[in-house]
Design a protein around this ligand. Structure first.
Ligand code: SF4
Ligand code: SF4
Length: 404
């Protein structure tokens, strides 16, 4: 069984208050899930010392709403992910889980082949209509995201930048690198406007969030060790690591340490910032560039669960409201239901859509100019549920710094 005693023993602090159950969107959507209190602090402690596993834990989407609700600081979702890893030591993964957990490996394979991106994008559409993905356990009710022609890392050397003594390392995460490189470009525009040069580190691996969620904990540990060593090297040089992806920032800042209980992971986490959190640091240091174009836009902001879990407030909303004519209203409609790759799984699709219904209803009021969200899978889910395409808040800020 797992040796993360710190997380497992946090269950002893449980007061049986059931706040986690009231906060769990999956429990509200289906009856079969026994919920965070029973799966984690209650049954979890027994299952960590016995051979059997509570199988309904596979319904957990790792949204972390339970952790935020718990008044006793029980590491609920971490206990569930540790148990899920135990479950997969004795049970095989289905093909969908393997595929969805290894998005980085898939993208690298695709990009290593001639015309790989074009063929993969055609193949994804065909595979869906021919039922190939469905046979693997991936829903055929939504499209898998298309690959960008060129990855951000390949594009990076061609992006012109003013050099500066002030530098940050951009951790793109898989999605910005392979699917939406324009978000990385927007980040560079914003950092350049604030006097920073952006570096990348090609040795970074996927943060490991999809590996953890699908029970590949040993592989996630390898990614964590690699990334933590790189972050600590940058830390020694006084260069922060910044990411516009909220699931990556949560993983690098907190989840590695909570899952693997390694002091280096805690130290590395101190050198990682969410993109807008870092911009607020610049404000505090009187380094923020307030010279912004007016944009006159009403923005509806869906706050990702993994941003809420960082307990850093709403830095994107605070910064975007500095732009003349911009108002930011939070959607206030709970979890979107997508939770990483959860909503791509055939047996989870209906649950994900049921959870997202309140948000879709809110977005469908259409009382705004644009929807924004810092999490790519939230954006995918909102577009799927409403046909309205949201953008990343950094893209709005980059527009405000664009003067030509
Ligand atoms: S992580 Fe989310 S889905 Fe899992 S138990 Fe907690 S609230 Fe429920
Ligand atoms: S919210 Fe925390 S203390 Fe309350 S039942 Fe859940 S785990 Fe126990």
């Amino acid at each position: 069984m797992s040796d993360n005693v710190k997380a497992i023993f946090s269950g002893d602090r449980c007061l049986s208050c059931t706040a986690c159950m009231a906060a769990c969107p999956v429990m509200a959507a289906i009856k079969d899930y026994r919920g965070p209190k029973l799966v984690a602090p209650a049954h979890g402690r027994l299952h960590f010392s016995q051979e059997d596993i509570e199988e309904s834990l596979n319904y957990c989407s790792n949204c972390k709403s339970c952790d935020r609700a718990c008044p006793s600081g029980v590491a609920i979702s971490t206990m569930i992910m540790l148990q899920r890893a135990e479950y997969y030591k004795r049970n095989s993964h289905i093909r969908a889980e393997d595929m969805l957990a290894h998005t980085e490996r898939m993208a690298n394979t695709v990009r290593s082949m001639p015309f790989g991106v074009t063929l993969a994008n055609i193949g994804m559409t065909l595979g869906q209509s021919l039922g190939v993905f469905s046979a693997m356990g991936i829903t055929d009710k939504r499209n898998l995201p298309a690959y960008a022609e060129m990855s951000f890392k390949d594009k990076f050397p061609t992006i012109a930048q003013e050099s500066s003594e002030k530098k940050v390392v951009l951790f793109t995460g898989c999605y910005i690198n392979d699917n939406e490189p324009q978000i990385g470009e927007a980040f560079i525009k914003v950092m350049q406007a604030n006097g920073y040069e952006v570096l990348i580190d090609r040795e970074f691996k996927c943060c490991g969030s999809p590996l953890v969620a699908n029970g590949f904990l040993d592989e996630a540990r390898q990614h964590a060790d690699n990334n933590v060593a790189r972050i600590l090297e940058w830390k020694e040089q006084g260069i922060p690591v910044v990411t516009p992806c909220t699931s990556c920032s949560l993983m690098l800042k907190e989840e590695y340490y909570e899952l693997f209980d390694d002091e280096d992971m805690r130290r590395a986490g101190e050198n990682v910032f969410d993109a807008f959190e870092f911009l607020e640091v610049l404000q505090q240091m009187d380094e923020f560039n307030y010279d912004l174009n007016d944009l006159n836009q009403k923005l509806l902001y869906h706050v990702p669960c993994h941003l809420k879990s960082q307990a850093i407030g709403l830095p994107a909303a605070d910064i975007l409201e500095l732009i003349g004519g911009v108002t930011v209203k939070t959607a206030n409609a709970g979890c979107c239901g997508m939770s990483g790759n959860y909503g791509f799984q055939k047996d989870k699709y209906d649950i994900a859509m049921k959870i997202g219904a309140k948000l879709f209803e809110r977005v469908n009021k259409k009382d705004f100019d644009q929807v924004i969200s810092d999490c790519h899978t939230c954006r995918i889910q909102i577009e799927h549920g409403t046909k309205i395409k949201p953008v990343h808040p950094i893209e709005i800020l980059a527009q405000a710094y664009q003067f030509d």
